[in-house]
Structures are given as C-alpha cells and as structure tokens.
Design a protein around this ligand. Structure first.
Ligand SMILES: [Fe+2]
Ligand SMILES: [Fe+2]
Ligand SMILES: [Fe+2]
Length: 551
C-alpha cells in the first residue's frame, strides 16, 4: 500500500561526511584509511541502492545531487581515483584503443588468482569469493539497463541482447540474479557451517567495486566510464568463472549451486567480444574526449578490483588462515648474489637440533627473536635467549630451555627477512589493531634419505602457543610429502591440506583457532638426500613494549 505512506525522501542521516573523515578516506595522495573508506562507501552504497529502488518505493528515492554530503563524498572519491590513473599510458587514438583494451583486460583476468581458485582455494575460501560478489552480481541486470540509456543502433542492440541474457532469455528460472541468489545462499550456509558469514567480508573494496558501477550508471555524465568499466568486466570475467567452476568441482560443490558461474563462462566470453566491437570501439571513435572517458572507466575499474580481490587479512580473520605467494615482495630470484639467493643459501649452514626427544637426526635449525613495528619498518633483533614451550603445548620437546644456534647476523639483517616480517606484521596490525609484534623466527631444514624419514612436526598436530604462525617455503629438494595440514581447534576437523611447492609460497594461520601439522617427507630418488627448507615465524602481539609470554 503506497498511498498515504509518509516515509521521508531522506534515507541517510549518518553524520559521516565530515571533511576530515572524507579526507582520511580519500586523501589527495596515498591509499587512505580503510576504516574511514568502509564507513563512507557503505553510506554511499546505501544512497545508490535507495536511488535505484523500484517504483513502489518512489517516496524513498533521494533526489539526485541534492545531498551535500553525497556530493562531497563523490567529488573526493572520483578525484582520488582519477589521480591514480597514469594518463600517459592511455591510448591516444581509436586505432590504439583495441590492443590497449585487450591487454588491459588480460591483466584484469588475474591468472594467479584463477590458478589459486582452481587448484588451491578451500571450500570456505571459495564461498567467501562468491559472497563477495553479492553487492554487484545481485543487481547486475539493473546496471546493464542503465548502460544502454541514450544509445542507438548496434550498441543498443548489443546491450539489449546482454540484458535479455540477464533475463534468462525469457525463462524465469534462468534469470541471472535468481541463479546468483541461489548460489550465494548455498555459499552463505557453507560459510555459516564454518563459523563465518557475509558480515565478515565487510571491507571498503567490496563496496567501492559496487559503488563504482552504480555511480557510473546513475550519473549520466559518467556513462562512458560506466561502459568502459562494464566492457572490461565482461571481457575478463570468463576465465575467472571457469577457474571458479573447476575449483568448486574439486571442492565438491554440487552442480546446482554453481549454475550461475558455469553459465557465465560462455555468456561473458560472447558479451566481452560484442561490447568491444559494437559498443566501445564505435563510441571511442566519436571524439577524443569520449575515448578518454572510456579509458578512465577501464583503468579505474581495474585498479578497484585488482588489489583487494583476495586479502590475507580478511581470510585470516574469517577462516583462520590464508595462503599464497609473497615471492614478488621477497624478490625471489635465484640469480647468484641476489638477496633471495644468499638468504636461501644460508639454510646450507644450519647445525643439528640437539634437543630432539626422539633422538632423531633429521632437523637442523637456527633461531632468533625480533621486535617488529610495521608502521615504522622497525625490525629489531633481540638478545639471544633460550626457546621454551610448556609440555602442554609440546608434549615431546617442551618443558626444557632449548638454546638453539643463533641466526647468523647476515641472515638476521637480510632485506628478505625484514620484508617478510614487516609484511606479515602489517597484515596482523590491519587485522587486530596491534601495532607491535614479538616474532620468534626459525630457519628449519628437515632432512630425509635412505632409511631416514624426515618429520617436520614430530609432535603431531599442535599449537605453537602464540597468536599467529607463518610458514614460508624456501626450498624443496628431492622430497615427496611435506604437506601442511590445518585442523579446527574446537572439533579437530580438517580445514586445509596444502603443499607449499615453490619458493615464496606461504601459509599463515591463527594459532588460537587452528592446529597445524606437516606430513613426513621421504627422498624422491634414493640414495640422494632430500631436504625441505622453511622459514617459520611465530607472532605474538606486544603490550607496552614488553616481550610477551609464549609457548
Ligand atoms: Fe549475467
Ligand atoms: Fe555478461
Ligand atoms: Fe608449530
């Protein structure tokens, strides 16, 4: 019943848009504060959602351009995003446009992320990525409808065809938003079973991704940007959907729950091709100004989605672990004399661990402790101390003081180690808010050979008695096995099995909510010796600069 409804036009009352908050969210230089960005973009998203309401809710639709808060947010937001685009790299003519666009779209396919989805992502991780699309895919057909306003000819027909696909080509059961809703519902229930939920995903990037397309659809003067952004989205989506479908099949997701993703492998490949030919190329030729606006839309969309699609912080916070590769950050190249090369070779000079209660001679290690403050880049080596664990944490080797061989000074000051520790503690600060961390760092080599099985975790599945545990692969040499396994702390169900198979690949886990273990290693070709070299850093937050009790 609409008549007599007296709901105000204003749906937004949050006093958010104080100039200092906007400036913190979208500073003229740098990335800004994620929490302020989240607040502001959530607010903007609510405004756009209200603006795009159906006719039945017309009284709740805000009048465009009348809210000074929204105007100020949009000004700061769009200016900040434009300032990140390298204008010198934009194509200057329509002839250059096609190749530039296809190259940009290929980068936008995110091959690393696709590989990860297909081969490694666990079920709850996959569920998180589907849930993350909710704000865009849940109303994508409206965005397509907004994109076609004012066009004509082949461009209009192309978007109309695209819209008809969104409408399931007339079959209500095949309407894309409906298929997405059913996939999303399945993934949400899966997340709930893992003690996580869509609310855990709250981050500025997800809102920004959604707001961008809505803003371009609503503000007609930004429509060429919208067409560029949607064009690059369509052009690059197909490989991601394909990887998602394969990852889901690997993880045992039923077919019915991934109909939406499977359908888009082919549909979006067609859409991408047609958008480029009939919409973007046709429009880009109309004037240099239109060409520039289309390119800005492509670049801004690309920058919005590239970084955040996978966030270590988010995964650590929701499912309790994250994995991936920090090879690029660590500068992993085996070039003789490179920082990584000398860092990795320092594993050739580790003494045997003298404290093995099982008398095994399969572990060599060095140890050091650091005080890390990521904001200032501080990585301070602390005075040598014995490593202790309680027998509750480590029944096998705990209960004694173990004075391990110290890490060599050249390794402790290696830029590779400092980068790894700063990166890890930066993630932990973003997750927990704690600015200072106590890092206990092991260089571990586990050896195997004829008649010698190497046991990376002789104590079995265990906690380290700290806050977080990071394992970074340094080298696997002639070994099989050595698979990292995580279990849920409360019911010991298996969460993840992962082989860290390349230098720089890491597993980061919450030591309170998960137990960890690594399967034994055997040598691959007798009689050669094999080894598995890893850097293990275990982190506990510091209060008032004091070294915390660990173990
Ligand atoms: Fe679709
Ligand atoms: Fe599409
Ligand atoms: Fe451990």
């Amino acid at each position: 019943m609409l008549i007599g409804s007296a709901s105000p036009r204003h749906v937004l009352t949050a006093p958010l848009a104080r100039p200092d908050v906007i400036e913190r969210a979208f500073p003229t230089a740098g990335d800004g504060d994620p929490a302020s960005r989240l607040d502001i973009l959530r607010h903007l998203h609510a405004y756009y959602t209200a603006y795009l309401a159906g006719a039945q809710d017309f009284e709740r639709v805000p009048c465009l351009n009348t809210d000074p808060q929204i105007r100020e947010i949009e000004r700061a937001w769009h200016t900040s995003r434009e300032s990140r685009v390298d204008l010198a790299r934009l194509p200057r003519s329509v002839d250059e446009f096609q190749e530039w666009f296809l190259t940009t779209a290929r980068n936008h396919e995110q091959p690393d992320f696709c590989r990860y989805l297909e081969h490694e992502a666990s079920l709850p991780e996959i569920a998180l990525f589907v849930a993350a699309e909710e704000l865009v895919d849940g109303r994508f057909d409206d965005l397509v409808a907004l994109a076609q306003v004012g066009l004509s000819g082949a461009a209009k027909m192309t978007i109309a065809e695209n819209y008809w696909d969104e409408m399931g080509r007339g079959d209500p059961s095949q309407v894309h938003t409906r298929l997405f809703a059913s996939s999303s519902a399945y993934m949400s229930s899966l997340l709930a079973a893992h003690g996580a939920g869509i609310d855990d995903l709250e981050c500025a990037e997800i809102y920004e991704n959604a707001c961008l397309l809505m803003s371009y659809g609503i503000h007609r003067h930004l429509i060429p940007r919208g067409l560029g952004a949607m064009g690059v989205l369509e052009q690059s989506a197909s490989p991601r959907f394909e990887a998602m479908v394969r990852g889901c099949a690997r993880a045992g997701v039923p077919d019915a729950a991934i109909e939406y993703q499977r359908l888009h492998i082919n549909v979006d490949a067609d859409h991408g091709k047609e958008w480029l030919e009939n919409v973007l190329l046709a429009l880009a030729g109309t004037s240099p100004a239109v060409l520039r606006e289309i390119c800005l839309g492509v670049c801004i969309r690309e920058a919005t989605i590239m970084g955040p699609v996978r966030s270590v912080t988010r995964e650590l916070g929701t499912v309790g672990y994250a994995h991936g590769s920090i090879a690029a950050e660590l500068g992993v190249t085996a070039t003789p004399g490179s920082p990584w090369d000398s860092f990795a070779r320092s594993w050739n000079d580790l003494p045997f661990d003298r404290y093995m209660a099982d008398h095994g001679r399969y572990r060599q290690r060095r140890y050091a402790e650091f005080h890390v403050v990521p904001v200032s880049g501080t990585v301070e080596l602390l005075p040598r101390r014995a490593y202790t664990q309680t027998t509750t944490t480590n029944y096998l080797n705990g209960g004694i003081e173990r004075l391990f061989a110290p890490m060599k000074a050249v390794t402790a000051s290696s830029p590779v180690l400092r980068t790894a520790l700063c990166w890890a503690c930066g993630e932990l600060q973003a997750l927990t808010g704690h600015p200072a961390w106590f890092a206990q760092v092991f260089q571990n080599r586990i050896i195997c050979g004829p008649g010698l099985i190497g046991k990376p975790t002789p104590e079995g599945a265990h906690h380290d008695g700290v806050d977080y545990v990071l394992t970074v692969m340094v080298e696997r040499h002639q070994v099989v096995g050595g698979v990292s396994v995580l279990y849920h702390d409360s019911d010991h169900r298996k969460l993840l099995e992962l082989e860290l198979d390349e230098a720089g690949r890491f597993l980061f886990n919450n030591d309170k909510t998960t137990l960890h273990a690594v399967t034994p290693i055997n040598n691959i070709s007798p009689p050669t010796e094999g080894h598995r070299d890893v850097l293990i850093a275990i982190f506990t937050h510091m209060e008032d600069g004091k070294i915390p009790l660990t173990g």
